[in-house]
Write a protein of this length. Sequence first.
Length: 100
Amino acid sequence: MMLKPKPIFAKRIFWDVNFEQMDYDAKANFVIERVFERGDVEDIRQCRRYYGDEKVTEALLKAKYLPEHRIHLASAVIGKPLNEFRCYILRQLNPELFPY
């Protein structure tokens, strides 16, 4: 079995963890969520190449939190409607205060 080359992400995405020792497979959901939360187009491409669209879709739909504009991006990338995203549903259940 040939090992897949590790994805190359911008270090700024993982500013708070030991980047060099990160286990991309054991922490797949964390990596996918973080890339979609903070990464750019190339980071997202690397993520999809490494994990495959099925794994990326599964992780994004289960994510507890993504910033609102990134939920829309994730929806466009994986082709799923907003109401299938757990983080979108949670946001609807806990609306923020109306800004005056």
